[in-house]
Design a protein around this ligand. Structure first.
Ligand SMILES: Cc1ncc(COP(=O)(O)O)c(C=O)c1O
Length: 393
């Protein structure tokens, strides 16, 4: 162990994040080496068959990969972590590893859309049936459980529409029925939402977002409970999954500043969303950290903070007016990702994809990511956008 490794004490999470992966650092450095390896040789035949050597082949892991895996497992509060080349890959692989033909899956209706598409195509072809449930269902989930229900998939807050789920109520029921619960924990980033304390068995993240934090790497993580770990890891390795060392290094580098970045994202977002609530053009600001927002009570109970992602619903989301607003923003690019240092905006319409419940509103909505710019500059940009919006109505 490197001399600068943490002593065996209980530290605050901020300290753990800052020192994440230090047990793999050498020569007094505070970052681990980036091992580029496919071939890893062993000294003797006995070593090969005995399996005593810690590292045997690039795909099975290197110190660089271990540093991130262990750091993520510690952050999330799970037993172990598997790394993937993207967040979606972490989700789809978790579904494939955990489910088999004939199983039934309960999926939140507010799930990230590509996850939904995977269920409706590949998973369906493999004979797994999916039922979508209202994200606000809470303990009512028990009425949807079938004899063959094997997994409940949660995402809180929901993609785009930001519903906060009653995770403990759902996981409590799942435990009594031996059903695996998986949560897409990208919004809480493992720092602001403790999936395992809330009873989940698996927490997946698009590390592409806040863990990496700099909009330059795709990565997924799946953190697993002790009970499921051996089976999950075994199948993960069988599937040939791997994440490249340079990307893993960048994810670990991003992780070291997660606490301070999230704090600033939240501060900026509270400023912008509080201002948005005063605008006549807006019917609803979907940001659970706002005291009068939907889901605020549950958010306050279960989350330690909020990130920079939220949505708005207009009083009149006419396409031409929304286009006039967002096509000419200076600081918000129109883009699919989030979690980086930059602000982004994305148009969406939930009525096009929701199935468990009907979206009762008309018109386009916008999802925003608030980056690390000065919030007043962002507000000024949006104010000019609203002028264009009003002229185009
Ligand atoms: C909530 C959520 N989960 C998963 C993903 C997928 O992550 P990736 O783009 O790394 O595949 C995204 C991407 O936008 C997301 O927003």
């Amino acid at each position: 162990m490197a001399p600068q490794a943490k002593k065996n004490r209980d530290y605050h999470e901020q300290t753990n994040i800052a020192h994440a992966g230090r047990q793999y650092c050498e020569h007094g450095m505070v970052n681990p080496g980036v091992y580029h390896a496919s071939t890893i040789t062993v000294p003797t035949l006995d070593d090969w068959f005995g399996g005593t050597q810690k590292y045997r082949y690039g795909r099975y892991g290197t110190p660089t990969l271990r540093a991130l895996e262990e750091s993520m497992a510690e952050l999330e509060g799970g037993h172990g972590c598997c790394l993937y080349p993207s967040g979606l890959c972490a989700i789809t692989s978790t579904l494939m590893i955990t489910l088999k033909t004939g199983d039934h899956l309960l999926m939140t209706d507010s799930v990230y859309q590509p996850t939904r598409k995977f269920c409706e195509t590949i998973l369906k072809d493999y004979g797994v049936e999916t039922t979508y449930y209202d994200p606000l269902i809470g303990a009512g989930i028990k009425d949807l459980i079938q004899e063959n229900t094997r997994m409940i998939f949660l995402e809180s807050p929901g993609s785009q529409t930001m519903e906060i789920q009653d995770v403990p109520a759902i996981t409590k029921i799942a435990r009594t029925q031996n059903i695996v619960t998986v949560i897409d924990n990208t919004w809480g980033a493992g720092h602001y939402f403790k999936a395992f304390e809330m009873g989940c068995d698996i927490s997946v993240q698009a590390a592409t977002k806040y863990i990496v934090g700099h909009s330059d790497v795709m990565m997924g993580t799946a953190t697993i409970s002790k009970e499921l770990w051996d089976n999950y890891r075994h199948k993960y390795l069988l599937m040939g999954m791997h994440a490249g060392p340079d990307d893993v290094y960048l994810a670990l580098r991003g992780l070291h500043t997660l606490d301070i970045r999230l704090e600033r994202h939240m501060k900026n977002t509270l400023k912008v969303t509080t201002w948005l609530e005063t605008r006549d053009e807006i019917a609803e600001v979907m940001y659970p950290a706002l005291p009068d927002a939907a889901g605020h009570k549950l958010w306050k109970r279960d989350f330690k903070g909020a990130c920079g992602l939220f949505s708005i619903r207009f009083n009149n989301g006419k396409r031409e007016a929304v286009a006039a607003m967002i096509d000419h923003l200076s600081l918000f690019g129109i883009g699919a990702s989030w979690g980086g240092f930059e602000s982004l905006v994305l148009p969406f319409d939930p009525s096009l994809y929701r199935t468990a419940t009907k979206w009762p509103h008309e018109g386009l909505c916008l999802r925003f990511h608030i980056g690390l710019e000065h919030p007043q500059d962002l507000i000024n940009d949006l104010e000019e956008g609203f002028e264009r919006y009003n002229q185009a109505l």
